[in-house]
Design a protein around this ligand. Structure first.
Ligand code: ZN
Length: 282
């Protein structure tokens, strides 16, 4: 499916560039062209083994934004919630006892929906409250600590360096994947400093673009954007859906929207026709 999508984009004369190139003020973009940037978030092994090699094969100039704690072997809070829910034998959980507002008992019948409810609550907590909530969830859902983490195998530095030598650009998605809006300003500085220090230690040329954890509008604020700018990044990516229109003065390089990869080729065809339309109206 991904290869079909890439071939479709090539057929529609799309130009692949890296986000670093897109957001570099020195880059001269041709307004008559459709540019596409591919970005991948987090840094799991299936991404470095299956997804990124395909993007590199088609010279799609992908960028991978890694959670450095994950590469160092520590699962981020949201993957821990997902793992606990997936591995749990429980039928329901008294979430009010864990401090969640609203309904007292939630069913695990629809595990996806249940995980989403837990993550939405957890992401809004401040850092230490989030850590405690996640530990409580694990203890309540998997008391025997039999968690199946096989779906969350992290990539490793050697593999990342190898892919970098093949053209992959790798950037910071922080250390611990906490939404920046829930952190103190000094914690935001630490997340940026420590993640970049590791990237610089293991790689030759990390991305100058940053990628907000979680990335919806409530997950990064003006303060976070200012700190990211202060650290010398040339831009930052959100998870808000949309196109980045480089020629528009109003478009903010520190809140660049993205579109998720279409799930089917049918949807992908629609993307491609939107791109055609976008160019026609330019
Ligand atoms: Zn992420």
């Amino acid at each position: 499916m991904l290869e079909d999508f890439l071939r479709l984009l090539i057929k529609h004369n799309c130009t692949f560039i890296s986000v670093d190139e897109l957001l570099d003020p020195q880059t001269r973009l041709n307004p008559a062209k459709n540019y596409i940037c591919f970005t991948v978030d987090d840094g799991y092994e299936d991404q470095t083994d299956a997804l990124l090699p395909v993007l590199l094969k088609y010279e799609a100039h992908p960028t991978l934004f890694v959670i450095t704690d994950l590469i160092e072997g520590q699962l981020p809070w949201d993957a821990r919630i997902a793992t606990a829910v997936q591995s749990s034998q429980c039928k329901q959980l008294d979430v009010a006892a864990l401090g969640m507002p609203g309904e007292r008992v939630l069913s695990l019948k629809d595990k996806r929906q249940f995980r989403r409810q837990l993550s939405l609550h957890a992401k809004r907590l401040e850092k230490s409250a989030r850590s405690k909530f996640v530990a409580d969830i694990e203890a309540a859902l998997c008391p025997a600590q039999q968690m199946d983490v096989s779906r969350y195998t992290p990539a490793n530095w050697a593999r990342l360096a190898e892919l970098e030598s093949q053209g992959l650009v790798i950037g910071s998605h922080t250390c611990a994947h906490n939404p920046l809006s829930t952190l103190t300003t000094s914690d935001i500085h630490l997340e940026l400093n420590n993640s970049m220090a590791l990237l610089n230690q293991h790689l030759s040329a990390p991305s100058k673009v940053f990628c907000y954890p979680v990335g919806m509008q409530e997950d990064y604020d003006e303060r976070a954007m200012a700190v990211v700018r202060e650290h010398g990044f040339i831009g930052a990516l959100t998870s808000e859906p949309g196109y980045y229109v480089a020629s528009k003065a109003r478009s903010n390089a520190f809140a660049v929207p993205r579109l998720s990869l279409p799930a089917t080729l049918n949807k992908a065809t629609r993307y491609a026709s939107w791109l055609e339309k976008l160019r026609a109206t330019n």
